[in-house]
Design a protein. Structure first.
Length: 241
């Protein structure tokens, strides 16, 4: 397995639905196969969105548990995270209670700080021994997180930029995040058009990064990516230059 010069996480499906890409993993078996292939291509952890039969993101305990169990069976020891995205259950209290009912726990979850109820959900997850990857989308969220009681206890801070954002925005957010003095490493990634430029900027800044069908459907040359493993391999290649 290749060893990339910086930490690379595979984000293997995201909120996309199967109509976006024929290889988007949805079922537990597909998620497990994609996780193994991404790891073999160089990914050091995997982030996934458990999905219902229609391909929509779900926080349902049975769906989450089945996804985690399948990946852990196929790739023992591979650090595994799942989403807690508010869009999957857009009610702060219901989301909190649903996550509280999870009996099969991931190693970590992503948690977008700007979403309603996220500070309370972060405390719940930390109390259950689940790592928190806090997602920072903009300066307001970065400043709020940096001032919070959660900041010293996060597993990872993800600077998550949209398709039209750039390295200058990333650096602005990075300065705010670092002002918190948190020991958590920082992961930088983009989306679609900004994905590959920001991945390379993560390498320049010696930050963690991620790649997968959640973030882009295209290889660096603009051609369609056949699967997550190809994206990870391409990322490792770029970062190794």
């Amino acid at each position: 397995m290749p060893t990339p010069p910086v930490y690379v996480q595979a984000c293997i499906n995201g909120a996309r639905t199967p109509d976006a890409h024929p290889g988007l993993p949805v079922t537990p078996e597909q998620l497990a196969a994609a996780a193994v292939a991404a790891h073999e291509a160089g990914a050091q952890s995997v982030h996934l969105h458990p999905k219902d039969a229609g391909g929509a993101d779900s926080l349902d305990p049975e769906i989450v548990g089945a996804a985690i169990t399948a990946v852990r069976h196929a790739a023992p020891g591979l650090p595994l995270g799942v989403t807690t995205g508010y869009w999957a259950l857009p009610d702060a209290q219901r989301r909190l209670r649903t996550v509280e009912s999870w009996s099969v726990l991931p190693d970590f979850t992503s948690l977008n700080w700007h979403e309603p109820g996220s500070p309370e959900l972060a405390q719940l997850l930390l109390g259950k021994g689940v790592g928190v990857e806090v997602g920072i989308f903009h300066a307001e969220a970065a400043e709020s997180w940096a001032a919070s009681a959660v900041a010293p206890h996060c597993l990872r801070v993800m600077i998550e930029l949209q398709a039209d954002e750039d390295a200058a925005t990333a650096d602005t957010l990075l300065d705010i995040v670092r002002s918190a003095g948190s020991p958590a490493p920082v992961l930088l990634h983009g989306l679609d058009e900004s994905c590959w430029p920001l991945l390379q900027h993560a390498g320049v800044r010696n930050l963690q990064t991620r790649i997968g069908l959640e973030d882009t459907l295209l290889l660096p040359d603009g051609s369609p990516a056949p699967d997550n493993a190809a994206l990870v391999a391409a990322a490792v290649g770029l970062l190794s230059r």
